[in-house]
Design a binder for this molecule. Sequence first.
Ligand code: PRP
Length: 217
Amino acid sequence: MRYLTVALAKGRLAKKAMEYFERIGYPCEEMKDKDTRKLIFTNEEAGIRFFLAKASDVPTYVEYGAADLGIVGKDTILEEGRTLFEVLDLKIGKCRMCVCGPQASAGLLRHQEMIRVATKYPNIARDYFYNKKHQTVEIIKLNGSVELAPIVGLSEVIVDIVETGSTLRENGLAVLEPVCDLSARVVVNRVSMKRESARIGDIIRKLKALVAEEVKA
Ligand code: PRP
């Protein structure tokens, strides 16, 4: 039987997602070895294999069918804009995409000023300012530690993920406008959805039941 292949976004989400796969009957012992240099982990009996990828690459693997399923944040799904099915909200890794900055920038937002927006998510930022707010801004792409930008004067605001809010607080910044809610999602390749409907359907059903259980708890 063909292996079902699952791509997981590296990091916090992957650990939690693997815990979920284990609980629905798809454990992967190989993956628990922290010192391993392996890239792909197989559960022979269950006919499933998992690999870890950079979050922004997960939708690419799924769109091309190199992975049947993917677990990745909604932020990455929105930013990458790949063709795939988003089938389930795992309700883990909950956070928000927000426009943030010093309080002094709030007025610039209100008055639709031409401002600079630093972000790791240029597509999400562009969609928000151009399509939702109809405000012309200059978007500056960064690759990390985006909170630095308004502090050193690269931009007036940032569009970034806020989880606990402590990064903002410690740097004298605040949420100025919420953009959208985020969490980990299950995505499926369009062809796999049909070709592997029995096995994928089984996984989605079980994950859905688990999410419902967790939400109640
Ligand atoms: C994310 C995000 C914020 C921070 C928010 O960064 O970009 O910086 O987490 O979390 P908080 O509200 O709980 O403080 P991440 O740690 O992923 O790394 P990065 O700065 O390199 O983007």
